[in-house]
Design a protein around this ligand. Sequence first.
Ligand SMILES: [Zn+2]
Length: 412
Amino acid sequence: MNLEIDRNRLTEEIEELAGISDAEPPAITRIVFSLADLRARAWLIARCEKAGLAIRQDPVGNIFARWAGVEPNAAAVGTGAHIDAIPNAGKYDGVVGVLGGLEAIRALQRCGARPKHSIELLLFTSEEPTRFGIGCLGSRLLSGTMTPDAARKLTDKDGASLEEVRRKAGYSAPLEEVKLPSGYYKAFVELHIEQGPLLEQQKVPLGVVTSIAAPASFRITVEGAGGHAGAVLMPERRDALCAAAELILAIENAARSSGAVDTVATVGICDVFPGAVNSIPSRVRLTLDIRDTDLARRDAAMRAIETARETIAAKRQVAISEELVNADAPALCAPEIVEALSQACAKHGLASMKMVSRAYHDSLFMSRIAPVAMLFIPCRNGYSHRPDEYASPEDIARGALVLAETLASLAG
Ligand SMILES: [Zn+2]
């Protein structure tokens, strides 16, 4: 099998898709079911049809482009990612996995491969949370991680419901039809830019992902008592910001003392009320984002934070409440796919390293219904979600090549 990636065409396609955007180049904005997103979908479908792939779209707009195998009824081998983009993003996040996946399939076709299992390219709807406030909408529904009832309650900032928006985009069948039957995929592999600096720093062209970290996030409110900064003496104070400060350090400590570098916890927002120089803070709102690759360890850190919260509230006579925003479980990649990816790298003489995906992707949710793994390529300075996001044509082609080799080995 003489696999070759058509690097020029792949580069041209990435540029062409970048032109379908609601932002001025080089920035990309493609919000799910906006006109730009719908045009980009139509463009992609045309490319897939040209490659002889059979197209199916589900009621939430996930697009499946299938190259039928010799045994068309056997479980398929899947690959894919997303093409929606947050406002003012770059042109590679998600796109490399979609167009790289398409090119991997074409490369296999060109070299005369006849896979036993079908190979399917999957475009996920709304990986980005921009419009409906929740990321990975398509894969959550495909995997049954989100119920159709919960999805029907989603609205965008203009009050339009997902139901309305998807119907307008031409998707009207009931959301109950989205969930994939178990055993639909034999394996699922997602190619993606790293969105971090490690591959570039270590000068390794490919990263084989062994686990995907997942966040739990909370809104925390601390309520104490306000008052005049001069008149209320220290023994009388119930300062909400001082309590919040202790809690923030307890959160940091819970992550630092978990026993693993993979535990990370961040308080990214601290909103102080009333926020005046001569007024004791009476209320503080915090956000907490806590991630790990191991669910038990993340839960242990969350319990440590919980204990600290109770101790601080009692000691400082303040009320601390927390509201869970979301808590997704992390995923371990399937050892057999990790092995297939590593061997594919070796076969083409390409160095690779095992790594953790610290951002989460549609593969996190696909892992609930199929064996998954991911392949990372470097991106300049680790930048992503910004217009100067960049991956070189050479790195992208290497990713597509290893993906093609892996799909072939998994599809038999
Ligand atoms: Zn992405």
